[in-house]
Design a protein around this ligand. Structure first.
Ligand code: SF4
Ligand code: MG
Length: 292
């Protein structure tokens, strides 16, 4: 009998709709986080990432609602703890593209202790901080990136605190990819995200993402940002640090991109193989037996 092979259907190119979940964002109209979400969808399309191989994690805050809006694996966790969760996911499933979202409060206040260690560990995770210089979800208190003298409900006479420098912070702790974007410049942002996700190692992006309700900075950010200075050498960490500490206007683009990570061998692969080869119940029992 002659059989005819069924032609293999060509895969349709993925679109933004492919990655959009059925949950619609409840951010305030005009919130900068919409631009970040749109750029992220576009980066996923550009990279043609398989949903089954994508895990989006977050902490707590307006921006941390992110995993709900992406049709992939997701984890909306505890305040400031997106990076420990992202680290665990990457350790267990190195084949996954892991992206951790959070806000300035999440990353630089309650979760500040995690960024240095995620950066120096240099696992292949992308951390995207939506920085609006305020706590938006709790209705407008100063955050670690709020400008000095800023008046809020928690600082009615003006803040005394110096804001931290997120780019300097990430560079100092050894992040191997460090960039800044502005949520109103979606095309630039999605290119930076694409490059960050492709980078093998820990990538950090500070996205200036205005909170229109409690600290509307669209105009300010337009005035105080500039393209990355021509001739900036993104392979020079010291040069990037110098720029981050001395820039009069906030530069948008890639400050630093180091060499791709050398896989740390068994550190990643052994747990993965073990996870793949053993039954979940067996693993749980082995763990519980330690306490018997
Ligand atoms: Fe966005 Fe601010 Fe509204 Fe939160 S409170 S959704 S950060 S505009
Ligand atoms: Mg914030």
């Amino acid at each position: 009998m002659v059989t005819t092979a069924t032609p293999i259907q060509e895969q349709e190119p993925k679109t933004v709709a492919h990655y959009r979940s059925s949950l619609r964002p409840i951010w305030c109209a005009g919130c900068g986080d919409f631009g970040v979400l749109a750029a992220f969808y576009e980066a996923l399309v550009a990279l043609d990432i398989d949903k089954d191989n994508l895990c989006v994690v977050s902490g707590i805050g307006c921006s941390s609602r992110f995993p709900g809006f992406v049709d992939a694996y997701g984890y909306h966790g505890l305040h400031g703890r997106s990076l420990p969760v992202a680290t665990g996911v990457k350790m267990a499933r190195p084949d996954q593209t892991v992206v951790a979202f959070g806000g300035d409060g999440d990353y630089f206040s309650i979760g500040a202790g995690h960024l240095p260690h995620a950066a120096r560990r240099n696992l292949d995770i992308t951390a995207i901080v939506m920085d609006n210089q305020i706590y938006g979800l709790t209705k407008g208190q100063i955050s670690p990136t709020s400008p000095q003298t800023m008046r809020t409900k928690s600082t009615p006479y003006g803040s005394h605190d110096m804001p931290i420098n997120p780019i300097g912070y990430a560079l100092m702790y050894g992040a191997s990819f460090v960039a800044r974007a502005f949520s109103a410049q979606r095309q630039v942002m999605n290119k930076i995200m694409t490059r960050a996700i492709q980078h093998k190692g820990f990538s950090f992006i500070q996205v200036m993402s205005p909170c229109v309700t409690f600290h509307d900075t669209y105009k300010t950010y337009k005035d105080i940002t500039q393209p990355m200075p021509e001739g900036h050498d993104a392979s020079d960490r010291e040069g990037a640090m110098h720029l981050a500490m001395t820039e009069e206007k906030l530069s948008l683009g890639v400050f630093y991109e180091g060499e791709p990570m050398e896989p740390p061998g068994d550190y990643i692969n052994d747990p993965y193989i073990e996870v793949q080869q053993t039954d979940a119940t067996e693993r749980l029992n082995t763990y519980l037996n330690k306490f018997a």
